[in-house]
Ligand binder design. Sequence first.
Ligand code: ADP
Ligand code: TZD
Length: 597
Amino acid sequence: MGIAETKRSSSTPASTSGAAASDPQAESGAALTDGFHLVIDALKVNGIDTIFGLPGIPITDLTRMAQAEGIRMISFRHEQNAGNAAAIAGFMTQKPGICLTVSAPGFLNGLTALANATTNCFPMILISGSSEREIVDLQQGDYEEMDQLAIAKPLCKAAFRVLHAEDIGVGVARAIRAAVSGRPGGVYLDLPAKLFAQSMDAEAGKRSLIQVVDPAPRQIPAADAIGRALDLLEGAKRPLILLGKGAAYAQADADIRSLVEKTGIPYLPMSMAKGLLPDTHELSAAAARSFVLPEADVVLLVGARLNWLLSHGKGKTWGGKGHKDAGGQKFIQIDISPQEMDSNVRIDAPVVGDIGSCVSALLAGIGAAWPKPPAEWLTAVAERRDRNIAKMAETLAKDPVPMNFHSALNVVRDIVKANPDAILVNEGANALDFTRSIVDMYKPRKRLDVGTWGVMGIGMGFAVAAAVVSGEPVIAIEGDSAFGFSGMEVETICRYNLPVCVVVFNNNGVYRGTDVNPTGGADLAPTVFVKGARYDRLIEAFGGVGVHATTPAELRRAMEEAVRSRRPTLINAVIDETAGTESGRITSLNPTAGKKK
Ligand code: ADP
Ligand code: TZD
């Protein structure tokens, strides 16, 4: 506060072209509105009811007025968490999630989340206040001076700045369209401080607002593209359907289920597509992943990119000889982005359109006479899957001391099964990989995780948004390192009294807690944290429930109580510090030093 705020309020509000510099209300008697209210009205007219943000110059009053006008204002402790909340709210609802920040540093804190949202195809709008244009552009050293628009541009789908109050309606409409149409993503909206104070005639202001009609228009696939896809699929001997988070986002749940069941083709869900069909479905090939990827002859991708998470569609994972060799399968890809096709390997049957329209067009061509895949294939997949599930069941049944990832996740697995509407947030390395493979999901869009970047820090932001948007209980399974990136938001969880149960898998460090400093010096190794830390005490500082759990039985009791009571809870689950592996399942991505010691 202080100097800058005084300066701003004492300067004459810039008037919009139609309004005189003197008080037009006094002259004409007409009611006035201002930039603050137009921003709020523009959001409200488009059905936006929640803002995730953090107040400060120049948007403090905007947060107050938004709350006064009936928008739910969720205030965070760090903008990155507010941004992550907005992004995942966008994923869950198909409405752009709104993150509101102050200028330069607040904007930059939110920008990581905006870039992550864009990478993951989550619709969100980062709205940041910015400093005085004239001073910023001449680089004269304003309070929190930064050319935010230029910095945001390469990291999001679109970026806009509004300079005049009468353009707020257009600015918000463009931001909404850019965020949700086509491939969804992040949008930046720059609102300079002076804009908020501008006044204009209230009636004209109202007329300037745009209620966006059909913000994410359906994109109908071409008939020949559908025909090509059906021909390939019908001729397949070992077909596979791969569901990605685009399929979860599309909310075409019933049609996607029909597609799997009518064709009888085994399917593999990517992590955030888990639960689109229940993981216990007889056609799930999740537990036979390393068998079906190289063996399949035709793969139908539904809202999943052939990026690193799918080994770029080639190499050993897909049955290729070398790491750059294709495996010989043919690909059908459904995606709203035409440029996604052939990004890594040849797509034999591209189907460009929105998933709802594409899947229903495929279904229209799949009659009762559609041949089921050869029994030989189905049996081979089922056998491999059942064998792996049985092997896993043996591991899960063990009760080692200290508790390890498996014995702890056996509890989480039961709790999620008993509460299929609960939302599972998940980050970490081992804590992520083991949870993904052990904890079955039963309903769509219930699993939210580190996504395309494998980014740490989404945990508490996602948990807050999931609880706010859905009203359902949230269970966050967090590596102790992962939790640290957003841990302060347990205060936010307590402040809004959200039904969130955070379980910190505490193995004393990044990946595990056993590294030693090779020099014998007093500093711990870079991956090691304070041993025996009590994360449960953090939440107690804010009135939440803290539990220290060292056995599966204690963990079970605490989780059951947390879900039942809906009280903000943090369970410090003590995990064997030797249990993790470096980087979890992706240890091979670590470069190895050429020089041996
Ligand atoms: P995963 O990480 O689960 O494999 P990705 O994020 O890689 O999923 O892929 C999601 C894909 O879904 C993106 O290529 C995106 O363009 C696409 N997509 C998102 N929404 C839709 C939609 N409504 N219709 C069609 N494609 C969509
Ligand atoms: N920083 C950011 C923003 N994202 C990252 N992915 C990393 C750093 C690197 N990283 C991982 O990829 S996983 C991880 C880090 C720091 C934490 C692993 O430790 P954990 O989980 O305690 O969260 P486990 O269960 O002990 O493996």
